[in-house]
Structures are given as structure tokens and as C-alpha cells.
Design a protein around this ligand. Structure first.
Ligand code: HEM
Length: 418
């Protein structure tokens, strides 16, 4: 995985503000985006071939304008895929389609209606006791230790284990699936080299086959998991959802259902511990935890930018985006737009309107797993504040991030536990 150096927050107090903003996650991105909102709210980014939209109102308007903006490019490879990699995928029978997040119109509505029957507050709530067991088990393993890397030791595997309970995937497969998901982050959301594409193509074939086998197994042996539930909704009827579409939904979930939650949980700890009075506030009053979760989504969202494509020439912020042009909706910027959030650079669990953040999108495509992510984060913070109230960031620790313009995905979070 390509990585960039990411100094600790204290080191970034005086960011350099020069040149045009790079939308890739980097140390000073939030300050640079603030300058862009003020001076050049829509700008072209050559390294991503996207027009970056930075103001909250513009981002929100695009999320709701399905006549002029398409979602079909949300997961396209950030670098054109080399024919050798495409051949590997074709030979391996990779046949994921554009469904759900990256499709539009009637098809999106049809597929979303199927998934929403399994991905909803009611089904997620049933998981609560099991999530709590997983969290307490993970925290038991931290007992007696003076230091930990909260990513490696807690937030890396936990969301995958929750999702696997939901999908009925064996726990032993966690490592394999997390590795495939890391590859998918590089291929779809970061610039990739020829070697990464070729190696990654084989991983994607294995990942796809894993999903095909999972669906076939649940057809033979239905259970009370999500895949079996989706098959029950389908009732063998292609007009509801085809088997390949359903497998693609599973392929999407096996990624979307944990990678972002891993990052969001890590970012939440980082924000709370950096703005320490907020950590102490939630330890003293756990009823503030749901507000802390929303403020962390706003302040340090795991998704910093999400793509759309212009279906016609459109004028945005005085700039013409040509038909077919790619747009990067900068959630990182919109979430700190001073027109909507007072003192947006402050992390404050008592902020009244944090829930207006756009980290999970908005409108027809809004994240279907949002209630699950919120539930997991709430449980983790409830249990962690009880067990390790004195936790603090390890001074001087270096935090690296994945090199991507889609995610704020830290690679570690060293802390002192006691
Ligand atoms: C912190 C965690 C998460 C974040 C930040 C996040 C963020 C997002 C974003 C930005 C979108 C695209 C919205 C758009 O295009 O307008 C999305 C879509 C989606 N997410 Fe999440 N997500 C998270 C967790 C989850 C989980 C846990 C699941 C499943 C269990 C999930 C399933 C989905 C699905 C199925 C879609 C596609 C919805 C559609 O296009 O109809 N996500 N998510």
C-alpha cells in the first residue's frame, strides 16, 4: 500500500498554505480546503481528473440532483486499468456489475429496495448483544497492557467481525477479507501501478469467487444471515434482482461494511483524545456518546471525497464542468463549511448540528449501513470509556495514512492505555 507521512495533529498547527489543494488526504488538507471554499470553491484537480466541489450547499445540491449527475463512477479505478489486469479478471470469471452505490435510476431503486429489506435499523438492532460481546472480548485482550495501537489491536478487525456475523462468514476468514479490501482500496480509490493492478486483479478474482461461493452455499443451506435473507427476498425472480446482481451486492458489502468503520472508529478516538476535554466529557457523561459519534463523522469523516459524473455541461461555483466530467464531492470540506457549522475547526461533542455532516452521503444513495456503523461506534466508546478512561495519545507517535482522495484512513493510532 502507498502511504504518506502524517505527523501528529500538534505538529500541524501552522500549515503551509500554498498552491492548489491536493484532494489526497494529507496533513494540511482541512486548512487548504478552507482557503478553497473562500476563494475557489470549485476547482479542477489534474492528479485526480476531477472537479473538486468544496461548499456544503453545492455538495448537497449535487447529491440530490440525479438528472444532471450520475453515480456510476463512484467506485471506478482511479487509474485506467491495464489490459493485462483486465484479462486476468476476465479469465477468472470476475463479473461484478454496477449495482447500488455506482448505478442510477430505476436499477438503483430496485436493487436498493432489496438490500434495504436486510440492511435496516431493525436487523442491525438484533446484533447489539453480539457486537457488545465482540467488543468486550477485544478489550479483555488489552487488559494488563500499558500501550496499544488502537488500529491494530482494536479497530482493524472488529468491524469485519461484526459484518461477518451479519453475513454469516466464518471468523477465520477475517484476515483474508481484510487483505482483499486493502487491495480494493488501492485499485478503486488510489493511483495504482502496473504491478499493483496485475497482483490486485488476481486478488479481486479470488474475492469475487469467495462471494460467488458464499451465495451458492447459502442457496444450498439457508440460514438467518443477510445473504440468505437477500435470497429469500429474491425468491428466484430475476425481475426482483438477478443472482449476479445479488452477488455484486454481497461483494460490495464485504468491502463497504467494514473498511470505512475501521477508519471512522480510529479517527473518532484520535479526535476525542486530541481534544481531550471531549474525551473526559463522554467518560463523565456517557449520554454524550452518540453526539461524539456524529461530531467525529463531521470533523474526521472516514470518507473525505466521493465521486459523481456530470451528465451535461454544468456551471458550478462559476466554473463550467463539461458533460462527462468527474466531480469529487469534498465531504471533508463541506463538513467544515463555516456557512453551516460555527467554529468548524473545533471538535466539540456538544455541537448541536453535527448530524448534518455528509460523511455518509445524503439523498437516494445515502449509506444503508449508517445505523450499523453508528451502533458499533457507540458500543465501542461505551465499553472503552468504562475500561480505559485514562487512555491518551502516545506523544510524538507518527501516524501514516493511506494515499487516497476518497478516505481518511489512518494506518495506526498508538496510545498509552493506563
Ligand atoms: C463509518 C462507516 C461508513 C461510512 C463513512 C460510509 C459511507 C458511505 C458513503 C459516503 C456512501 C455513498 C453515498 C452516496 O453515494 O451518496 C455509502 C453507501 C453505502 N454504504 Fe456506507 N458507509 C459506512 C458504513 C457502512 C456499513 C457498515 C455498511 C453495511 C453494513 C454500508 C453499506 C453501504 C451501502 C450498501 C451503500 C450504497 C447505498 C446506495 O447507493 O444505495 N456502509 N456509504
Amino acid at each position: 500500500m502507498n502511504e504518506i507521512e502524517q505527523p501528529t495533529p500538534s505538529a500541524s498547527a501552522c500549515p503551509a498554505r500554498s498552491g492548489r489543494v491536493s484532494p489526497f488526504y494529507h496533513e494540511t488538507i482541512f486548512d487548504e480546503l478552507a482557503d478553497a471554499r473562500a476563494g475557489e470553491p470549485v476547482f479542477y484537480s489534474p492528479e485526480t481528473d476531477c472537479w473538486v466541489v468544496t461548499r456544503y450547499d453545492d455538495v448537497m445540491a449535487i447529491l440530490h440532483d440525479h438528472a444532471r449527475f450520475s453515480s456510476e463512477n463512484t467506485s471506478d479505478s482511479a487509474t485506467p486499468v491495464h489490459q493485462d489486469a483486465l484479462d486476468i479478471m476476465k479469465r477468472g470469471g470476475f463479473s461484478a456489475e454496477k449495482v447500488q452505490s455506482n448505478c442510477d435510476g430505476e436499477r438503483h431503486t430496485r436493487v436498493r429496495n432489496v438490500s434495504a429489506q436486510m440492511l435496516n435499523v431493525r436487523t442491525f438492532a438484533l446484533l447489539e448483544p453480539k457486537i457488545r460481546d465482540l467488543v468486550t472480548g477485544a478489550l479483555d485482550r488489552l487488559e494488563g497492557r500499558g500501550e496499544a495501537d488502537l488500529l491494530a489491536d482494536l479497530t482493524y478487525e472488529l468491524p469485519a467481525q461484526v459484518l461477518f456475523l451479519f453475513l454469516g462468514i466464518p471468523k477465520e476468514d477475517t484476515e483474508k477479507v481484510k487483505a482483499w479490501s486493502g487491495t480494493r482500496t488501492i485499485l478503486n480509490f488510489s493511483p495504482s501501478t502496473y504491478d499493483q493492478q496485475v497482483a490486485g486483479a488476481q486478488d479481486m478474482v479470488d474475492y469475487w469467487r469467495y462471494c460467488v461461493d458464499l451465495v451458492a452455499e447459502r442457496m444450498a443451506n439457508p440460514g438467518d444471515d443477510v445473504v440468505s435473507g437477500l435470497l429469500r427476498v429474491r425468491k428466484g425472480d430475476d425481475s426482483v434482482i438477478t443472482l449476479n446482481e445479488l452477488t455484486t451486492v454481497v461483494y460490495g458489502l464485504v468491502f463497504a461494511g467494514h473498511e470505512t468503520t475501521t477508519s471512522q472508529l480510529t479517527n473518532t478516538f484520535r479526535a476525542l483524545l486530541t481534544w481531550r476535554e471531549n474525551w473526559e466529557a463522554i467518560c463523565a457523561d456517557p449520554s454524550l456518546i452518540p453526539f461524539a459519534v456524529e461530531e467525529a463523522f463531521r470533523y474526521f469523516g472516514a470518507v473525505i471525497g466521493w465521486r459523481r459524473r456530470a451528465l451535461e455541461d454544468v456551471v458550478l461555483g462559476g466554473v463550467t464542468v463539461p458533460k462527462g466530467g468527474q466531480i469529487l464531492l469534498s465531504f471533508a470540506s463541506a463538513n467544515r463549511d463555516e456557512a453551516h457549522f460555527d467554529a468548524p475547526e473545533r471538535f466539540d461533542v456538544r455541537r448541536k448540528n453535527a448530524r448534518k455532516h455528509l460523511t455518509m452521503g445524503n439523498g437516494k444513495h445515502v449509506c444503508l449501513g449508517a445505523p450499523l456503523a453508528r451502533l458499533e461506534m457507540k458500543i465501542v466508546l461505551e465499553e472503552f470509556t468504562r475500561r480505559f478512561p485514562n487512555v491518551r495519545l502516545k506523544p510524538g507517535a507518527e501516524i501514516k495514512h493511506a494515499y487516497t482522495y476518497v478516505f481518511n484512513a489512518p494506518k495506526s493510532l498508538p496510545v498509552i492505555l493506563r
